[in-house]
Design a binder for this molecule. Sequence first.
Ligand code: HEC
Ligand code: HEC
Ligand code: HEC
Ligand code: HEC
Ligand code: HEC
Length: 280
Amino acid sequence: MQWEASTHATGGNYNRNTGECAICHTSQGYRGLLAGTYDPAATGAVISNPNPPNCYTCHSIHESYTPADLALTFSGAVALNNTTESFDFGKSSQCASCHQGRTLTNFAQINGPDVTITNTRYHVHYGSQANIISGKGLFNIGEGLSNSLHTTMITDQCISCHMTGGTPGQSGGHTFKMRNLSNGLNTAGCVSCHTDAAALTADITALQTQVADLMVELKAKLDAKGISVPGSDNSVAGTYPANVAGAFINYKAVLYDGSHGVHNPTYTVKLLQNSIAVLE
Ligand code: HEC
Ligand code: HEC
Ligand code: HEC
Ligand code: HEC
Ligand code: HEC
């Protein structure tokens, strides 16, 4: 019932069932990559009758018919794209294996050569959460970037907040959602550390407001460079200085991360400030 309410079940994008897309958007593509039976780089690679992420994607269901069948299908450090670094998300490495950036072939290098953008989708894709949380695989420009204690203290990462507590069928558990239908935030996973509920609410509001303001400021600077236009988050084809293209990568990564700073407060704020500074 919880899974049925999740975006994994309802999101619908499992028709992205070819090539590399299928390894994150279809259950069979994900398991096939792990088993070595699906090669996303093969010509004509396709998953027929694709399923969205479901029980069989994440659990070893119906293999031994013992409790071992609940084992997660992926664990250990996740090799992140666009960097040689990896990061261990504990029991959530499985989540991070999909919720991370895709390889961007013309990824900007700090102070590097100009970058030519040919389409409207110059970004590391929509699931940048693993990159924001680990502080790896993005355009890490400038001084003073460091991860929040969320990165080090929350050893099992995603599931500690997204699967803990919640409103039955609306948030928490296998809905993986942080907000219930009346838009209340599920803070069950926060309170072991943030023991003062009123202070937590104030902290969230302050952080998310700061991040929203920085995003507006950064977007205006990016628009002024012509890499985007007001009212749209798409990239504009053209050739740009590397640091402009890199700042755009960071803008999109924070936008699609979806936590408005909560995943990694200190890193997110500094990354945006440094991205703004490089466009002065
Ligand atoms: C097989 C790849 C895969 C795995 C593993 C995975 N996800 Fe997802 N997740 C997706 C995709 C793809 C979507 C978007 C579905 C769509 O839009 O059709 C998604 C959507 C979500 C959403 C909703 C986002 C939104 O914009 O509404 C949340 C929250 C989420 N996942 C959390 C998790 C957590 C937590 C885990 C680990 C327990 C996890 N995911 C594991 C691929 C995965
Ligand atoms: C590394 C894993 C991964 C790969 C590879 C991948 N995606 Fe995704 N994609 C995701 C995740 C995770 C989400 C959901 C992120 C969220 O909602 O926070 C997503 C979201 C999307 C969305 C929904 C965007 C929206 O606005 O809601 C589309 C469309 C999409 N992907 C298309 C594609 C296509 C096309 C490909 C192949 C060219 C592809 N994806 C490859 C992980 C991946
Ligand atoms: C996106 C990945 C994902 C999907 C999809 C998923 N699970 Fe899970 N499931 C997890 C994770 C992560 C845990 C927590 C593991 C832990 O804490 O050790 C879990 C825990 C469980 C547990 C153990 C609960 C407990 O208290 O011990 C059961 C049972 C379970 N899942 C069944 C299912 C079933 C049935 C489905 C399909 C309807 C499903 N899961 C879909 C990731 C997933
Ligand atoms: C510290 C707790 C915490 C951890 C750890 C965490 N999240 Fe989140 N996440 C949140 C909160 C809080 C929000 C929602 C912020 C809001 O709605 O204001 C969120 C938002 C999201 C969203 C956007 C949801 C939407 O509906 O648009 C996705 C997707 C997501 N997280 C995935 C992940 C993944 C994947 C991981 C692990 C790699 C992870 N999160 C780890 C707290 C956490
Ligand atoms: C394992 C402990 C732990 C958990 C769980 C945790 N936090 Fe935190 N959080 C911290 C610590 C410690 C800090 C302050 C230090 C830092 O950010 O480096 C912090 C900082 C923050 C900040 C920034 C506050 C500021 O002063 O800038 C916000 C907002 C926040 N957390 C929200 C959340 C939310 C929402 C959740 C649950 C969804 C959560 N945290 C879960 C330990 C935790």
